[in-house]
Design a protein around this ligand. Structure first.
Ligand SMILES: Cc1ncc(COP(=O)(O)O)c(C=O)c1O
Length: 407
């Protein structure tokens, strides 16, 4: 019997521990715990009847059912590809099928990006904090994740520039800059137009690709939509931005369907990697996503989601205002959209320890350290406001306050 499996694991994976958020969910099995931890969209806005109708239609004919049961095209189903190209046009992104790869959701989009670009010790430039799932996806290649503190209006582009110059002196250059410009996970912060342009300036000046991850872009509750960095780049030479998208938050995460867009050669290589791992994304799920875009009034759905989530966000923010006056030293972001906000506690409170205390008070959040690639900051928590009911959001804040007061 082989005794020491650990010694046989690859250098890349030996110390890889997976997704900390996923692991902390195991502590939340007690149904009395109000969880503000996951990134779950609310089933209250799920298009159940639309999915039922679409599914019946897809399965009704033998010919179509045979295709669903068969291997299918790795770059994606033509029908969904066309629907996505149209979906992107309304956001002023005009690309061809050769610039698009259907993925088995956003996390695969990130994995393909990491595998395509990163060697061990390569540098990825990110915001501090940034999406924990991107960090884990990239970590499989053992890069160095270098962060610059995010600001109220998005990435600190001047800070990125200073980092690039600093690295240049050591003969190094980031492989890419990873950002979530709209309602960032975990902070809810949105990058201003000026910063999007400035980031592109940096990308062109130093020849560094930008990876724009956009799962929340359509979930805007206040203010005007700001052009995607991809579309701003198309007004220039184009080709510097890789866009990552998923249907998880807009439609439903159970489908596991998303797409990556970018330069033809990048998409070709990502497709080759997909050929080497999961092959095709299930046709059934792609067909249902196509029906979402073509038959389920997705614009009406977005509007409904935005009204529904705005209401929850307002309840949450009002309760926070009432519960944590300035003298408590607690502060939080006020997002214009998305599913998350970021709470900063007094410096002496370590939110990893607080997480286990909070469970005793039957409330949960994600400890902030998980969103840093290096030198984590320990007094933050990520709060999800989309899943819990309004009543539970209010109760969760009450429980959190009690727990924090006891520290
Ligand atoms: C910024 C960001 N990118 C990618 C993903 C992954 O999306 P998916 O659930 O479709 O894999 C998420 C999910 O929370 C996310 O917040």
């Amino acid at each position: 019997m082989i005794k020491n499996w650990n010694a046989r694991y690859s250098d890349n994976i030996k110390d890889f521990e997976g997704y900390p958020i996923g692991k902390s969910l195991k502590y939340l099995k007690n149904p009395e715990i109000i969880s503000l931890a996951g990134g779950l969209p609310s089933p209250d806005v799920f298009q159940r009847s639309g999915v039922r109708i679409a599914t019946e239609k897809i399965l009704k004919e033998d010919g179509n059912l045979n295709k669903v049961m068969q291997y299918s095209a790795i770059p994606g189903e033509q029908g969904l590809v066309n629907a996505v190209l149209d979906f992107l046009k309304r956001d002023n992104i005009n690309i061809d099928a050769k610039n698009l790869l259907i993925t088995t959701s956003g996390q695969l989009g990130l994995d393909l990006t990491g595998r395509l670009f990163l060697n061990k010790d390569d540098i990825v430039l990110v915001d501090r904090p940034t999406f924990a799932g991107a960090i884990v996806a990239f970590q499989m290649e053992r890069p160095q994740i270098v962060g610059v503190d995010i600001q109220e209006d998005g990435s600190d582009v001047d800070g990125f520039r200073s980092k690039v110059l600093e690295l240049e002196k050591e003969g190094k250059k980031p492989k890419f800059i990873y950002v979530v410009p709209d309602f960032q996970n975990p902070t809810g912060i949105t990058m201003s137009l000026e910063k999007r342009e400035a980031l592109l300036d940096l990308s062109y000046e130093f020849d560094i690709p930008i990876v724009e991850d956009s799962p929340y872009r359509d979930l805007r509750y206040y203010g005007e939509t700001i052009p995607a960095i991809f579309s701003l780049d198309q007004k220039r030479e184009g080709g510097n931005v890789i866009g990552l998208y998923t249907f998880s938050k807009l439609f439903c995460p159970g489908m596991r369907v998303g797409f990556n867009i970018g330069n033809e050669s990048v998409i070709e290589k990502m497709t080759a990697i997909k050929e080497g791992n999961i092959l095709n994304t299930p046709k059934m799920n792609q067909d249902i996503c196509q029906a979402f875009l073509e038959e389920m009034n997705y614009l009406g759905h977005i509007e409904k989601c935005n009204i529904y989530y705005r209401d929850k966000l307002e309840v949450f923010l009002k309760t926070m205002d009432e519960t944590f006056p300035p003298e408590t030293g607690v502060s939080w972001t006020k997002p214009d959209g998305g599913l998350f906000l970021w709470v900063t506690l007094p410096k002496h409170i370590d939110t990893e320890k607080l997480f286990f205390e909070a469970i005793k008070y039957k409330v949960a959040f994600v400890p902030g350290w998980q969103f840093y690639g290096e030198n984590p900051s320990n007094n933050h928590m990520r709060i999800n406001f989309s899943f819990a009911s309004k009543e539970n959001l209010i109760e969760a804040v009450r429980r959190l306050a009690e727990c924090i007061k006891a520290q």
